[in-house]
Design a protein around this ligand. Structure first.
Ligand SMILES: [Zn+2]
Length: 151
């Protein structure tokens, strides 16, 4: 819940800033006056400047949205810190033994692991988030246990 609230807050703040920039931009540019149908041809350079400015604003919006989504994708789902320590796992040469190549990121506080496919063959695949248990010793004990052992 906190993860999506942070994402929504970033979108709202960016939307507010970009809308303010749009208002500022539309106030700076001269208003186009059209008295008859031939004025569109006389005001060509003015229209060009207006359209280029708004196209630049649109590209800025798309870039900001991309950065927000990219930043959110590589954040911990629990504590919202940036995921760190990327490790390449798997191998194309030994795919049957080690699996497909992936990049794994972990939360510095041990909340979970994000596994992202290295190669996106069939479109953009969502990275897989695996939460860790609160007790880090469980995983260590589980690795050393024999299948028939009783606790
Ligand atoms: Zn975390």
């Amino acid at each position: 819940m906190r993860y999506w609230a942070y994402f929504s807050a970033k979108l709202i703040v960016a939307g507010g800033v970009l809308y303010g920039l749009l208002l500022l931009l539309s106030g700076l540019l001269p208003e186009e006056t059209r008295l008859n149908e031939y004025d569109a041809f006389r005001n060509g350079p003015l229209r060009l400047v207006n359209n280029l400015a708004f196209m630049g604003w649109f590209l800025l919006c798309a870039g900001v949205l991309y950065l927000i989504i990219r930043d959110q994708r590589y954040r911990c789902r629990v504590c919202l810190r940036r995921l760190r320590m990327p490790i390449e796992t798997g191998s194309w040469g030994q795919m049957l033994q080690l699996g497909r190549p992936r990049i794994e990121y972990i939360c510095p506080y041990g909340h979970g692991t994000l596994k992202a496919e290295e190669l996106q063959i069939s479109g953009l695949a969502n990275p897989e988030w695996t939460p860790h248990s609160d007790d880090m010793w469980d995983e260590l004990y589980a690795a050393s246990k024999e299948p028939g052992d009783q606790p």
